[in-house]
Design a protein around this ligand. Structure first.
Ligand code: MTE
Ligand code: MO
Length: 318
């Protein structure tokens, strides 16, 4: 692997001092975790204190009420743990996320496999408060902690032939009961993809935390994609592989129901799902008696991405 390990590089060469200091602290903490510091030992690849030690730039509020942490961590889609909204919160703890490696391959000059800690060393984290619009017509407002996808991809030096990015979720049926289910029609592992210029858009992030803490397993620990202008299924969870490609990669929901779920999946109030309208959404908190319907906005309100699709018929490329 051509990537230099952080220990080979003088930290002052690449990172501001505060990151260097927090990294040292992080290594000390992670040793404690590795040594199995008893019942309190974290099951996560990064200790809980890690985010607090990093200087996380607070996000811009978006003038909309934030969804409660209880809703965002208790009502989830993560079919690897079952199809009910409560299943991920019940069963995702069965997934072991420590250690965690991500492989970057395909059309890159410097492919490699990296442990998550090395991957995040020297990357500044930001808080981003984003709307999340599920294709099922409900939505939330969630404060993520993460960093732009482009920052990571650039380190592996995409070649001139790289046109798309494929992302893959962990495939580990022994810890993911939905992958063991005989009733599942999904061809595991869960796959997603973006055009490279979409992935490089500053709004597209990898999230490692939410609500000021590490990402809970049910939300895609330890690292997941968040693409706020697209339907939620594009924001793939618990990523173990990133592959740069020349051709449009397969994405799980398109593979399953091509008429209902496209590759682009941009939030679009004018293009209905074959079985329901996409013109409005239920914004959390939502109940049977107070569904809290609001109109859905083009690109989920993120108009700044429109230039990515100029000249494209978004009813055809749904
Ligand atoms: N691996 C994987 N990623 C996934 C899913 C899934 O089932 N498996 N569901 C998607 C869907 S449909 C949505 S709406 C979001 C939900 O993210 P959240 O649970 O953090 O709100 O995750 C997406 N990422
Ligand atoms: Mo979704």
């Amino acid at each position: 692997m051509l990537i230099r390990r952080p220990s080979d590089i003088k930290p002052s060469e690449i990172t501001p001092e505060y990151v260097y200091r927090t990294r040292r602290r992080f290594m000390r903490d992670s040793l404690a975790v590795a040594a199995g510091a008893g019942a309190g030992a974290s099951a996560l690849a990064l200790p809980d204190s890690w985010l607090e030690e990093r200087r996380v730039e607070p996000g811009e509020p978006i003038g909309e009420q934030m969804t409660s942490e209880a809703n965002a961590t208790g009502y989830n889609n993560f079919y690897e743990f079952g199809t009910d909204k409560e299943d991920p919160a019940k069963y995702a703890h069965e997934m072991n996320v420590d250690p965690w490696t991500v492989e970057v391959s395909g059309e890159v000059a410097e492919p490699g496999k990296m442990g998550l800690e090395d991957m995040l060393a020297g990357i500044d984290l930001e808080e981003r408060i984003y709307r999340l619009r599920c294709v099922e017509a409900w939505s939330m407002v969630i404060p993520w902690i993460g960093f732009p996808v482009k920052k990571l991809l650039d380190r592996f030096k995409p070649t001139a032939d790289a046109k798309y990015v494929e992302f893959k979720t962990l495939h580990r049926p022994s810890e993911m009961r939905g992958q063991r289910s005989l009733f599942s029609s999904i061809d595991w592992p869960y796959l997603e993809g973006l055009r490279l210029d979409e992935a490089n858009h500053p709004l597209a992030i990898f999230a490692v935390g939410m609500y000021g803490k590490l990402l809970p397993n049910q939300n895609g620990a330890p690292i997941r994609l968040v693409v706020p202008w697209k339907y939620g299924f594009k924001s793939i969870k618990s990523i173990v592989s990133i592959r740069l490609t020349r051709r449009q990669p397969v994405n799980t929901w398109n593979d399953l129901q091509p008429r209902e779920y496209g590759f682009y999946a941009n939030v679009n109030p004018n293009v209905d799902h074959p079985r329901w309208s996409q013109a409005r959404e239920r914004r959390f908190p939502t109940t049977l008696f107070r569904p809290n319907y609001i109109p859905t906005r083009m690109f989920n309100g993120y108009d700044e991405v429109a230039a990515l699709y100029s000249g494209m018929d978004l009813a055809r490329f749904y």
